[in-house]
Design a binder for this molecule. Sequence first.
Ligand SMILES: [Fe+2]
Ligand SMILES: [Fe+2]
Length: 265
Amino acid sequence: MSSGATARALRLGLVSGWDDERLGAPDPKEFAYLLHERALTLADDVYDPAAYELVELEPQDYAGRLAFYLRRRSWAEWFFGTVTPARQITLLPEQDVAMRLRLARQISDEVRHHDVFAREVKRLGGEWRITTFPAPAGLMRMHHAQLGKQSVGELAAANQYSGEVVLSVQDRVDGNILRLLLDEQAMAAIEDIESDEPAHIAIGRDLVRAHAVSLAERRRMAVAQEVFLTALIVQHVTEIESLGAHRIRPVPSFEPASGTADAGG
Ligand SMILES: [Fe+2]
Ligand SMILES: [Fe+2]
């Protein structure tokens, strides 16, 4: 579906920088859709095969990098998939049982996802335990983008409506660089976990809609998504490259805030 190897960098709208009138114009459903589409557009670009040239790696280098990638996936299932929804459960009002139950179901899915990737690391003979995982700085930036948030809506914008939307392109047959970089079993693991993701993204949608009732909340959710996705772009492009690709299109970024000089790039 993607167009050719355009060299133009994708620029995403800086929703947090919109004036009150523009930020308040969409209804809550439209506002949530806007955040969803922003994350999806970014995912399309980051995982677009036309944005990369393949690089040949020594087989043993590739094997080590693949094992590391799968271990980092396992780490992320725990840190993003269980810790953040658990915090959301504690932040929601006691009477919001339905949403808290959906989040609890998400946590149980994510524990399974952790195990799926850990099994893949074991298959490759790598160290699979995440307790000693040397998390890359980019991954920790993503983690801190969530840790620093204190409201359910911001956490949704930075989690179920950020990373999980991006993950939704990773099991595509076309327009997916991972199909060219991962072996069949690793792709099967991704397809396996993706079957659970629509329910998690729907949690994000409903939480963003529910909190899109004030301008201040909208702005905070937009910032939360922007900070998380900014860190994600670097981490995901870096790991795609580690698996045997070289990015030839500039990486996507957010528009500069109005009134500030565009530093370019
Ligand atoms: Fe997951
Ligand atoms: Fe998920």
